[in-house]
Design a protein around this ligand. Structure first.
Ligand code: FAD
Length: 351
């Protein structure tokens, strides 16, 4: 542990790479440490049929637009993985993987990162570890005694292993709707949502959502959106599910039993499996050692800079560290804002 880097980025998904692009342009000496074995961040873990709701033109990293799909339509999971792999090669971003950062601790003139390959020192750290490794599952009564299969959407790959089963799909966002759409062809599905899901009109696609979000960022009317980023985009499989009459939801069960679920009217149904499409939390365990994680599971930030530890910067987790920060296009915007501020912060050390 001899060298002190100016900046170490933790995480080599889209948010970490976008930060890397601007760090390179600012000629700051930096490293990216990524826990994954391959490029592509969380997209490597998406289910096989996953398609973006943002078209290629709205899914670009800084400097190099995402190539339009040869066959048209929305990019697939594999399109994004391929794009991110080629992106980091194109800009020769210094990614080391697999390297898991276990902790970050303060030292007098640096932050010290303890990792699976030894310790690193940096004057500043950009944390971009995403949310995929911290899936959220609500604590329904009886969840611990339910004897069937439970799976978060983070680990859902495809419908085949659920064929013929009674499956509860819990969660009213795009993940729940898309998984329900393909699973309902092979299994008996019940879609459980806290309230009636918000479906966008059929002619409103992801493109319109992103245009609305961009307009709001540019100071447009915040009170006239077509929908929120979390509203359900009527992609073809979801339209098909509606045509088959399975795109209907029920309000939650009151508790789980060893073999099933009890509903508010006291009826019990037998359940083989539950797929939790209930979202994610920021993956920040490596920052616990800095004492910066608040009760809500986030880090208090001014822009992207930690209030309690100014050498720590964050990007990619959600709107709390920059509007749209957890989307492809938003990660670029946030990195473009973050790096000049980080450069200014480091400038006494650089001069
Ligand atoms: P990640 O991609 O998770 O990257 C984080 C990286 O950090 C990973 O490589 C991980 O291995 C690494 N890491 C984690 N912990 C450590 C550690 N301790 N040490 C070292 N490395 C670590 N966005 C869009 O723009 N358009 C869409 O259409 C869209 N659709 C989506 C559909 C679904 C179902 C989901 C779940 C998300 C979707 N998103 C979409 C949102 C968003 O683009 C992704 O969540 C994105 O992967 C977040 O990127 P990230 O770089 O912040 O995190």
């Amino acid at each position: 542990m001899t060298e002190t880097h100016y900046v170490i980025v933790i995480g080599g998904g889209q948010a970490g790479l976008a930060a890397g692009y601007y760090l390179r342009r600012a000629a700051l000496y930096f490293l990216i440490l990524d826990a994954g074995t391959h490029a592509g961040g969380a997209w490597q873990h998406g289910w096989k049929s996953l398609r973006l709701f943002s078209p290629a033109a709205y899914s670009s990293m800084p400097g190099w637009p995402m190539p339009a799909r040869a066959q048209g339509g929305y990019p697939t999971r594999d399109d994004v993985i391929d794009y991110l792999a080629r992106y980091e090669a194109r800009y020769e971003l210094p990614v080391q993987r697999p390297v898991i950062v276990h902790s970050v601790v303060p030292d007098s003139d640096a932050l010290v990162l303890q990792t699976t390959v030894g310790a690193f020192r940096a004057r500043a750290v950009v944390s971009a570890t995403g949310t995929w490794s911290a899936p959220f599952v609500p604590n329904y009564p009886g969840r611990q005694i339910f004897g069937g299969r439970q799976l978060h959407s983070a680990w859902y790959v495809g419908p085949e292993s659920f064929a013929g089963q009674n499956v509860l799909i819990v969660g009213g966002g795009n993940s729940g709707a898309q998984i329900l759409a393909e699973l309902s062809i092979l299994a008996r599905t019940t879609w459980v949502t806290e309230r009636e899901p918000l479906f966008l009109p059929d002619d409103v696609d992801g493109r319109v959502l992103f245009e609305q979000a961009t307009a709001r960022l540019r100071g447009g009317p915040a009170d006239a959106p077509v929908g929120g980023i979390g509203d359900i985009v009527m992609v073809p499989p979801v339209v098909d599910a509606r045509a088959r009459g399975v795109l209907t939801s029920v309000r939650p069960f009151t508790r789980l039993t060893a073999n099933g679920a009890i509903w508010p009217d006291s009826a019990e149904t037998q359940v083989d499996a539950i797929i939790w499409c209930t979202g994610f939390q920021p993956a920040l365990a490596h920052l616990a050692s800095l004492g910066v994680i608040e009760a809500d599971g986030r880090v208090a930030v001014d822009g992207q800079q930690s209030v309690k530890e100014p050498r720590l910067w964050l990007t990619g987790y959600g709107d709390w560290c920059g509007p749209g920060s957890a989307t492809l296009v938003g990660a670029s915007r946030v990195a473009r804002e973050l790096v000049p501020k980080l450069q200014a912060f480091l400038s006494p050390a650089l001069s």
